[in-house]
Design a protein around this ligand. Structure first.
Ligand code: HEM
Length: 485
């Protein structure tokens, strides 16, 4: 079989790909060796900045199929008909480690879904945890700094991790979650996903509902103990990537059943928990799960860099019928992601195949910038309004407005009747079996006992005591034993 000719980037044939050109046999290199210069220079530029969080990840394509009628709650077209299928791209990730880390670590997992709908791409950028560590985006950079490498030691430091949590009582719920059995998923296939935040749905009549998304794995939940995690991470740093890739290659297509909890907008003000506080769940007894559809992943990307590393998800990519809630964390994220993409991938990242709409086309007056692929010209004017038939606004808001009141200022989030930083953490603890509690306490003590300052340990213990006296007592004893032993 004849092979194609190797060419330079500009398409000229390459004469020799084994020996660079020299001045005579054994002499120095020639500056005129375009192939060598281009190859070395291009190689130097292969890496782009890794994501500042969620750097390690795996992606796959698939579809979302509507199984139940939710048109009473949202007018989103892709959710409008039972049986309707929408192509998706999903990227799973760990949070704290850099690209060179390991998969089987105790850390939340990212669960980011891009729905390529006919009304534009809808990105639901969630995690495998229903809650989060903090409730104000102003704290996010501090939080992440405390969890990633220390600027002096160059490694993650238990002192920093627990010092942050000592000053963030609202993290107690998520810390309890993370240190529990689900803290190290066995694979990306064997975990649930959550939108975590509250979002707003608006139906065709303009009625507003607040919703929380749940993606329940159909593979069953499987987790690793701390010991199994350490062993797996050492044996195969890419254990999650290996699992997802190989399952899909074998034709074993992972799926999730998608549910929402729905709260009529009028109930938000009086609900016992602030429904826009990301450190809280809505108990299912208050708002039961309603099935919406099924997410299936059935195709691996052909090129990890092009399609996974360059994938760009943004919580502000909404479609008509879906919008944000006033959750401050979500509001902060509406800015942070597209800004990160413009830095990491450039202003035209939306034109890359994995990020571009697939079921519709983007049509607007954004132009130019580095690496512009779209070459609109002739009658496609670059200003609006115009007299040349260019795209125009719909005049229809994507989601219903929500009422606001009061004065501008740096306010704490409003407290509802049952809101405190510890009640739901205690509820989670009390739900656990004796064996689960034992493992939870051992995991927490294993980290907390490494902290060098007594005051930081004390502050953290106070949080577990406040969540549940038995929880606090057991963690305190376990820490004392480890520190004295
Ligand atoms: C105010 C709080 C937060 C800020 C400022 C923030 C910011 C960021 C940034 C800058 C990235 C990197 C984006 C990129 O370079 O492509 C990222 C990635 C990510 N974040 Fe957040 N984040 C926040 C909270 C959250 C929460 C609460 C969740 C889940 C509920 C979450 C889920 C994710 C996921 C899944 C990714 C990876 C997306 C991908 O696969 O490309 N983040 N975040």
């Amino acid at each position: 079989m004849s092979k194609p000719t190797l060419t330079t980037e500009s398409g000229a044939p390459v004469a020799d790909n084994q020996n660079s050109a020299t001045a005579g046999v054994g002499g120095p290199l020639l500056l005129q060796d375009q192939h060598l210069l281009e190859k070395l220079a291009r190689f130097n530029r292969e890496r782009i900045p890794e994501r500042v969080v969620h750097a390690r990840g795996s992606g796959a394509y698939g579809h979302f199929e509507v199984t139940d009628d939710v048109t009473g709650f949202t007018r989103a077209a892709f959710l409008g008909t039972v049986g309707r299928r929408t192509e998706v791209f999903v990227r799973f990730s760990t949070v704290a480690d850099s690209l060179g880390g390991a998969d089987a670590v105790r850390d939340p997992r990212g669960f980011a879904v891009k729905f390529y709908t006919e009304e534009g791409n809808y990105d639901l950028v969630g995690n495998n945890t229903p809650v989060f560590f903090i409730k104000d985006p102003l704290k996010f950079p501090d939080f992440i700094h405390s969890q990633k490498r220390d600027p002096f030691t160059g490694k993650q430091e238990p002192d920093n991790v627990w010092d942050f949590w000592a000053h963030a009582p609202e993290a107690t719920h998520q810390v309890t979650w993370l240190m529990g059995d689900r803290g190290i998923p066995a694979s990306y296939r064997h975990m649930n996903g959550y939108g975590s935040h509250t979002y707003q749905w608006t139906n065709a009549e303009g009625e507003a509902f607040f919703v929380k998304y749940h993606f329940k794995t159909n593979q069953g939940i499987r987790c690793l103990s701390s010991e199994q995690g350490a062993e797996t991470a050492g044996r195969d740093a890419n254990s999650h990537q290996t699992d997802l890739l190989q399952a899909i290659e074998r034709g074993v297509h992972p799926s999730w059943t998608v549910y929402v909890q729905v709260m009529p907008a009028a109930e938000a003000g009086d609900y016992r928990f602030n429904p826009f506080d990301l450190t809280k769940v809505w108990p299912h007894a208050d708002y039961p799960l309603r099935r919406v559809g099924r997410l299936v992943l059935d195709r691996n990307p052909d090129n990890v860099f092009a399609e996974v590393e360059q994938a760009a998800f943004s919580p502000n990519n909404f479609v008509p019928g879906i919008g944000p809630s006033p959750d401050k964390m979500l509001q902060g994220r509406l800015f942070a992601y597209a800004d990160a993409h413009r830095y990491r991938l450039g202003v035209n990242h939306t034109q890359l195949p994995v990020n571009a709409p697939k079921a519709t086309t983007a049509d607007n007056y954004g132009r130019d910038g580095l690496m512009a692929l779209n070459a609109q010209g002739r009658d496609a004017k670059n200003y609006e309004p115009n007299s040349y038939g260019g795209p125009v606004e719909t005049g229809q808001a994507l989601a219903a407005p929500f009422a606001v009141s009061g004065h501008t200022g740096t306010h704490e989030a409003p407290q509802h009747s049952k809101d405190d930083d510890f009640f739901q953490a205690g509820e989670l603890y009390r739900l656990m079996s004796q064996e689960e509690k034992k493992r939870l306490v051992a995991n927490i003590a294993g980290g907390l006992a490494q902290v060098t300052r007594d005051d930081v340990v004390e502050k953290n213990l106070a949080h577990f005591h406040a969540a549940d006296p038995d929880y606090g007592k057991r963690v305190e004893e376990a820490v004392r034993e480890l520190r004295e032993g």
